[in-house]
Design a protein around this ligand. Sequence first.
Ligand SMILES: NC(=O)c1ccc[n+]([C@@H]2O[C@H](COP(=O)([O-])OP(=O)(O)OC[C@H]3O[C@@H](n4cnc5c(N)ncnc54)[C@H](O)[C@@H]3O)[C@@H](O)[C@H]2O)c1
Length: 397
Amino acid sequence: MAGQFKRDVCVVGGGGHIGLPLALTFCDVGYDTVIYDINTKTVEQIRRGEMPFSEEGGQEALDRAIVSGRFSVDSEPSKIADCKFIVLVVGTPVDEHLNPSFTAIHKAIDSCAKYLRDGQILILRSTIFPKISAHIQQYVREKGLDVRVAFCPERVAQGYSLTEFRSMPQIISAFDPTTLAEVKALFGRFASEFVEMEPMEAELCKLMTNAWRYLQFATVNQFYMIASHHGLDFNRILHGCRHNYPRMKGMPGPGFAAGPCLVKDTMQLAAFSQGHFVLGHAAMLVNEGLPAHLIELAKREKDLSNLTTGILGAAFKSECDDPRDSLAYKLRKLLSLESKQVLMTDPFVQDEKLVPLEVVMSRADVLFVATPHKAYKELKIPADKLVIDVWNCLGRS
Ligand SMILES: NC(=O)c1ccc[n+]([C@@H]2O[C@H](COP(=O)([O-])OP(=O)(O)OC[C@H]3O[C@@H](n4cnc5c(N)ncnc54)[C@H](O)[C@@H]3O)[C@@H](O)[C@H]2O)c1
């Protein structure tokens, strides 16, 4: 696979939530794999053989990589020069105006530029704004390099990447058929199905996939708000909508829709549509407005001003240790203005401001379920304690 190069693949951003599982998968299927990541703490952790975050099967895959003899981890980019494929999977956030920020991707390319060599293939795996692939292709050509760019977006569910890389169709795109074929061969060692697209189609496909999910969550969250505003139990309505009715099979339940991807990718699409993606903005208003709605529901039942409130869960989704862009933090901020004290707990998230579950359970007068971790389903909560549980995680409705 490496041809004229000593090594097969370097994952730039390979210490991250997507980059690390991908690098471990490349290594597992026999590629000589390099990780380059600027986060020195993560690099050290991976070198010690410790997974920096939770990932199903991740520790075992890292253990295998360490002993494989074909895995190296660096916080400086020089090994890029040895690799046939460079897979770039750095974070691609939106800025304070909710516009895509190109800084991270440019910085990453610039830090690698000195080590790019003719004949390499640069695979963009981050979620990017439409036309960025073409822009990057032009950018490397202007540096006089014969480096071919491909765009192969990542679509896994964080935490389950190692399984999903192998089970989900891979979207692949490039600017010429030879590059497309080489990229297909690279992923073909573990992926079973491919969807070939033009780069800009693939860029939009990825953004639309995430925006679609975000809109679906917003729709059901708005239904929840309408029903609960009128004092109705939305779960009974949801059951009615879905029960043995195939056309509503895909209807999700209500809950916090946030995390590191859905909001920012919806906003990238909104920026691309030059402000005409009204559904995207509406979805953000609904999803981001849910914490305040939950507090209003609690305030109908109790005066919170002299009470302690407790938040169960800080991660952005269940069974996950990642608090990035979690609405639990927004809920905590709002509650800090409304209640005497707010206590938050999470079994997975490392955050010194969190307290043990027992403390929340014994001291909180009102409980909010922010993340539906499985452990909460077993909790014994006195029937007279007010619980605001948008997920129906505790099954009290
Ligand atoms: N997290 C998900 O569930 C998910 C799913 C699909 C797609 N994506 C996309 O994948 C991309 C990465 O997301 P993530 O969640 O893995 O982010 P992350 O922050 O966990 O990982 C990014 C990594 O890149 C490193 N990095 C940043 N700049 C760098 C540079 N110049 N050189 C080398 N390393 C650098 C960081 O240190 C970090 O370890 C984003 O575009 C995201 O939208 C994420």
